[in-house]
Structure formats: C-alpha cells, structure tokens
Design a protein around this ligand. Structure first.
Ligand code: ZN
Length: 357
C-alpha cells in the first residue's frame, strides 16, 4: 500500500476513534462521549466519490423487518415473491453474533460490529448516549443528502446523533401501516437521499406467541402488504425507478419466544435488493453480512466508505450508472428461485429457549 494512502487511512482511523491493531483488525479505542461530535462524519462532509450523474442510485430505501426469519417468507407473499423473481437475493445473509434489535440495526446501518458501534444494550437508555460509529444516514446527511428514519421502536433513536439535525427521526408506532403512511410523502418528494423504514410487527408477534406461530406468520403477511405499498410508492415516483435501490432485510430471526443468540436461527436474515439501481435478478450464495448493507448503501450513493468500516458493498446489487436499464420490473431470473432459501434455518431448528432480550 503506498505510504501516502496508509498515512491518510491512519489519520482517518484516529479521527474515527479506532486504531488498527498489530494484527490489522479494527479494535475499539476510547470511543467519543455520547454528546461529542463524530469526527469521521466531519471528515466526510460534502465529499463524494461519484458525482450524481455517475453514482448507481439517487435514492436508497432500506426496509428492515424486525425479527423476520428468512424461512418465514411464504411463496404466496406477493411483495417478497416479486423481489425473489426480479431482484437480487442473498441466500446466506446473517446479522452479527449479538442478534438483538439495537445492536443489529447499528451494524446494519454503520457497517461495523458492536466493538466499534458500542450498542451493547437493547432498550432506550438516553443516559448511555448514541451510536459511536456514523451510520450511513449520518454520512449521507453530512454529504448534503436528505436522510430519514421511520421506525416502530423508540430505542432506535440511539442510532441518531444527539446533536445532528441532519437525520430526521420519527417513531410511527408498531404497525407497519403507520410507518408507511408517514414515509410515503417523503418517498414521493425526495429525489435523492436515503431512508430506513422499520416494521416491528413480526418481532412483537414472535415474542408474544412464538416465532413461526400463526400469529407470527400473520404479522409477516402484514409486513408483506406494507412492503408492497413501499414498492408501489417507488414505482409511482415522478422520476421513475431507474436510480432507486430498495434493500429489504431484517435485524435478526428468532426461535421460541426470543432471539439474541449466535445461533443461525437467530442470525440468519433475508436480504434483497431491487430497483433500477440493482442488477438484474440473481441469487447470491456466498455469505453476506448485515454490515455489508451499510457498505452497499454508501457505494450506491457514491459516498466514500467510512474509514474503519468492516462491511463490503454487495456489488451484485449495484448496476453501473451507464449500464443499459431495461426496467427493474422487466428483469427476469435465469432460473427458478433457489429452493434452499432459508434452508440453513432448518439445520438449527432446535435451539435453547433461554430468552435474551
Ligand atoms: Zn429486533
């Protein structure tokens, strides 16, 4: 690696509050106080790698369905079926070992694990401060792009810097319909930017009645209907779908009435990419980490990868801007959707029942 580039990376890492260990891995140093500025965001302010005419996407929408197991997605669910047929699907996607809501969302949106983002708890505890590593929404906002979170759980407020007004944050209740109601005007009116929509229903049903129970499956069907509304909204955009990237995933799975373990049944998550910015339909069989979601968002928007980020862009989900786009809805898979989607869960169906929340 050229010395100049190494020096730049070290400066960036120091500003970030992390240092490279002798082994090359990123280790947590003294993280900034909760109310301190986030230096790396300032470092990235206003900088983009790709200009608007070149970046794969102008608008990135992340839909996170809380507690959605990949094997709970029934073939009859229309929105998911469309994503399988026409989008990019990752069969072996997983969240971090600490498969709880706050920690997993922090990794999904920042691209680093708990040691760097610091979200070791799983409730709204304002005295404990905010995420220690910038989320993609923060990076986008500092680059001048609109960024908004429409969520069903207030504890996700930990993922917005306290003194950063650049990221709009609204809690819309646990019903995904109210989340979509609130997000729809934003999606229609925002030409470029990034949004997170968080549907809490499946997780709530799983805790109350059990993962894969009829109540849980009803909640998954509700989420599918809400997802369809988002897809319809994106299709109705005046500027079209060509430079839109929709990412649909989950923070974790679950078993019994809980989750939070390092077991596959808790860690295995669905992962889809769709829209004009995504490449044509395909199934990815290599492992994909939830941390790759953050890196993919940054790459899609032409933003620099945050110094110290662990995730890597899922390049299969990113179409070069100058590629011929036949229309996201016209893309067809070369074969039938993989029959082993979610299959890993079947191997770990029996899991300890100790609740970890
Ligand atoms: Zn969750």
């Amino acid at each position: 690696m050229p010395g100049r580039l190494t020096a730049c990376l070290l400066v960036a890492a120091t500003l970030l509050g992390v240092l490279l260990s002798p082994s090359g891995s990123v280790v947590a140093q003294d993280v900034p106080a909760a109310d301190a500025p986030t230096p790396v965001v300032d470092l990235l302010a206003g900088r983009t790698i790709l200009s608007a005419p070149e970046r794969p996407a102008d608008l990135v929408v992340i839909v996170s369905i809380d507690g959605l197991r990949a094997d709970a997605i029934a073939p009859a669910l229309n929105a998911f079926a469309m994503l399988r047929r026409r989008g990019v699907s990752a069969d072996a996607a997983s969240t971090i070992r600490r498969s709880t809501t706050l920690a997993s969302h922090a990794s999904m949106l920042s691209g680093v694990d708990v040691d760097a983002h610091g979200m070791t708890w799983n409730a709204w505890r304002p005295e404990r401060g905010r995420v220690h590593f910038p989320t993609v929404l923060q990076v986008a906002a500092r680059a001048g792009l609109p960024a908004a979170m429409f969520v069903g759980k207030n504890k996700l407020r930990h993922l917005v810097a306290e003194d950063d007004p650049g990221v709009a944050f609204t809690v819309n209740g646990r019903g995904c319909g109210s989340v979509v109601d609130r997000a729809t005007p934003w999606l229609r009116d925002t030409a470029a930017g990034v949004a997170l929509l968080h549907f809490a229903g499946p997780d709530g049903a799983g805790h109350r009645r059990g993962w894969m129970s009829p109540a849980y499956q009803t909640a998954v069907a509700d989420a599918d209907a809400c997802l369809q509304r988002v897809i319809d909204d994106l299709r109705a955009r005046p500027t079209g779908l060509q430079h839109v990237l929709l990412l649909v995933t989950a923070d974790h799975g679950g078993h019994g009435r809980s989750h939070g373990t390092a077991l596959d049944v808790d860690r295995h998550i669905p992962w889809f990419a769709w829209g004009g910015a995504a490449t044509r339909a395909q199934t990815i069989t290599r492992p994909v980490s939830t941390m790759d979601t953050a890196a993919t968002v940054l790459a899609a928007l032409g933003l620099p990868q945050t110094p110290g980020i662990v995730g890597r862009p899922v390049t299969e989900a990113l179409r070069p801007r100058n590629a011929v786009v036949a229309g996201a809805g016209a893309a067809r898979p070369s074969g039938r959707p993989s029959a082993r989607r979610g299959g890993a869960l079947g191997r770990v169906a029996r899991a300890p029942t100790r609740p970890i929340q």
